[in-house]
Design a protein around this ligand. Structure first.
Ligand code: ZN
Length: 287
């Protein structure tokens, strides 16, 4: 397991962590100023400043990316299907323009929440089948763009509205079915917040393999949690044994950036400097 305590060279900041305090360019500059070498942008934050300006900001700051968030929301009714595919192809192209190593996918829950306006459904099995179908259709475009797709299983509390793929096992089963040769075009993003509760996760991390381990996200699980979406904890403030997960993914060959992704009303109310300084300190001590 790598020693992270001496510096922060493998730290990446997911830009959602600072989405209320600064725009994308401001976040890139603040990270670069601290010697943070990588970010993982969100699409809406990139769109807000414009793709060209975002590409230039990353390049001027000499930053790398650890991912691009996010594609997906595959589940929809037939009237929204073309829009969904077009939207995901655009996301793949944006990720390539920015030089991201992968496009992170939040696959969608029930259609009415993933693609609003879709005919309501209670059939989560059908939603899961739609995820595989959409991936099957998008994989060629991703391969042509040389942009790996990273399935991110989300905690089951989001099954209805955000992602009906909720365990690493499910995500890897999809990878096995659609990319049995392990081409590198399809893999997973492992986020401590989403997987920490799962007793099967250790076996599944062993199963991933380096070519499918595309991203590693960290934050903590607070008790009590005030909001299902916007109360993620700073590493060290909650109940997740984060080093245990890092040890496991690194034993599986992962040697990339540790991406801090904290969606939190609490941390959004604090200054950029305080958030980034805390991310660095916790990265060095509790990750
Ligand atoms: Zn994540």
């Amino acid at each position: 397991m790598r020693d992270l305590s001496k510096d922060h060279r493998w730290l990446s900041i997911n830009t959602a962590t600072l989405r209320q305090q600064a725009d994308f360019v401001g976040i890139v500059e603040a990270c670069a100023k601290r010697g943070i070498r990588a970010v993982s942008p969100w699409r809406d934050q990139v769109a807000h400043v414009g793709l060209d300006r975002a590409v230039k900001a990353v390049r001027d700051a000499g930053l790398e990316l650890s991912g691009y968030c996010r594609g997906g929301m595959f589940t929809c009714d037939s009237a929204h299907r073309q829009e969904m595919l077009d939207d995901n192809r655009r996301a793949i192209d944006e990720a390539a323009a920015l030089g991201a190593p992968c496009l992170v996918l939040v696959v969608g829950g029930l259609p009415q929440y993933s693609r609003p306006g879709s005919t309501p459904s209670k059939d989560i099995r059908a939603a899961q089948a739609q995820v595989s179908d959409a991936l099957h259709l998008l994989l060629d475009h991703a391969k042509m763009a040389n942009m790996p797709l990273a399935l991110e299983p989300l905690h089951p509390m989001y099954a209805a509205d955000r992602a009906c793929v909720n365990t690493l096992r499910q995500a890897l089963d999809i990878c096995d079915a659609l990319d049995p040769s392990r081409s590198g075009a399809l893999g997973v993003a492992i986020d401590t917040f989403h997987v920490w509760w799962d007793s099967d996760v250790w076996k599944q991390i062993d199963r991933v393999g380096k070519e499918r381990l595309l991203a590693f996200h960290v934050c903590d699980w607070l008790v009590p949690m005030k909001d299902m979406l916007l109360d993620r904890g700073m590493m060290g403030d909650g109940v997740i044994d984060i080093p245990a997960y890092r040890r496991a993914v690194e034993a599986g060959g992962f040697d990339g950036f540790v991406e801090v992704e904290i969606l939190s009303n609490d941390w959004w109310s604090r200054p950029v400097d305080e958030v980034l300084d805390t991310c660095i300190a916790r990265y060095q001590t509790v990750v």
